[in-house]
Design a protein around this ligand. Structure first.
Ligand code: UD1
Length: 341
């Protein structure tokens, strides 16, 4: 059944891909985004790609309750997907209070507005960083949480407050998707990752090296207890992640309360492996040097994706070569991000 889905952070990297997925499947989409780390041009590209307009796009900071209320008053919202948050681990160590304010304050304001407007269905953007420094490979959802930085802690606290809200209001249905490392771009090359400032994450950094905006990649540590000494992550194609959100919306009515599910491939790749794969996609080697470890990094994070597979028959369908090829297609056609268009 087509629904009206409100997407917070809908102009961001995962948000924009999810909007396309929802529009492609007949849903109406309302975007709320303050554009603090996203471009309004992403929404132009989303509509062009989907061949359909958004039902609404509102420049609103979630903590502005009056503005948020007017968005809910203007649309008959069936479900919410909540992406809008700050997400840089290193930055969160420098300015933790901003992370608590935006991520926890934003989620609280959203829940209050949903409550006031009788909206009871939510998909929450959570993170594998909640698992923290763990030796368990692969990681299942029942693994204890142990956030090691304020970003991860903010996501964990949000999951806990969503659980409390579900216990108090049994009509609520919430799915928290803990994703591992989303990379790549839409295969059209029309939308992709366009971080503000110098990228924190490895793939956007490499992509900017490939177009000459940055000189070389610093590989953070080669003395980890992993096969080649560099950190291993479960990279997952952003279109698979977007598809996972679309499918989650379809499953919100399966049961009430909070459900927590991993979104990952179950396969890890090291930083050097990713450099090699991305170099192959670009057609020339990406220059890199080995640098010191980055504070807060853990050696290995790989998902056990079996719970979501058992629940919905859902699994990822795109591999690391697809992720690199699609990320490169976006970066090559948008060397300066959406400002290039
Ligand atoms: C982190 C979070 C993740 C979050 C994501 C969003 C943790 C453990 N993970 O992922 O939950 O969703 O940020 O931003 O907190 N690297 C380099 N050079 C670089 C950048 C990164 O070598 O310039 C390495 C890192 O050391 C790491 C890997 O590449 O081993 C991936 O790093 P990154 O892309 O930043 O993601 P995570 O830190 O894994």
């Amino acid at each position: 059944m087509p629904q009206t889905v409100l997407v917070t952070g809908g102009a961001g990297f995962i948000g924009s891909h999810t909007c396309v997925e929802l529009l492609d499947h007949g849903h109406d989409v309302v975007v709320v985004d303050d554009h603090s780390n996203s471009s309004p041009h992403a929404l132009d590209a989303v509509q062009k790609l989907a061949g359909r307009p958004l039902a609404g796009a509102h420049r609103v900071d979630l903590r502005d309750r009056a503005a948020l209320d007017s968005v809910f008053a203007a649309h008959d919202v069936d479900a919410v997907i909540h992406f809008a948050a700050k997400k840089a681990v290193g930055e969160s160590m420098r300015i933790p209070l901003d992370y608590f304010d935006v991520n926890i304050g934003g989620t609280t304001a959203l829940l209050c507005a949903m409550h006031e407007h009788g909206v009871r269905r939510l998909v929450f953007s959570s993170s594998c960083s909640i698992y923290g420094d763990t030796a368990t490979v692969p990681l299942g959802e029942d693994e204890p949480a142990g956030p090691t930085n304020p970003y991860a802690r903010s996501k964990h606290i949000c999951e806990q407050l969503l659980g409390d809200a579900c216990r108090r209001y049994p009509e609520l249905s919430v799915i928290a998707l803990r994703y591992f490392n989303p990379i790549g771009a839409h295969p059209s090359g029309m939308i992709g990752e366009d971080p503000t400032g110098v990228p924190n994450n490895v793939l956007p950094y490499m992509a900017q090296v490939a177009v000459g905006r940055l000189d070389e990649l610093a590989v953070f540590g080669d003395d980890y207890p992993t096969p080649d000494g560099t950190c291993v992550r479960d990279y997952v194609h952003v279109v698979d992640v977007a598809d996972g959100h679309r499918v989650a919306v379809d499953h919100l009515d399966d049961e009430a309360g909070l459900r927590v599910l991993n979104l990952g491939t179950g396969t890890g790749a090291s930083v050097l492996e990713l450099v090699a794969r991305f170099s192959a996609a670009v057609g020339r080697p990406i220059p890199y040097r080995i640098a010191d470890r980055r504070a807060g990094d853990v050696p290995i994070l790989v998902a056990d994706p079996s719970r979501v597979a058992a629940a919905w028959g859902w699994r990822t369908t795109r591999d690391l070569a697809d992720m690199c090829a699609d990320a490169w297609k976006f970066q090559r056609s948008h060397p300066h991000g959406y400002r290039s268009a």
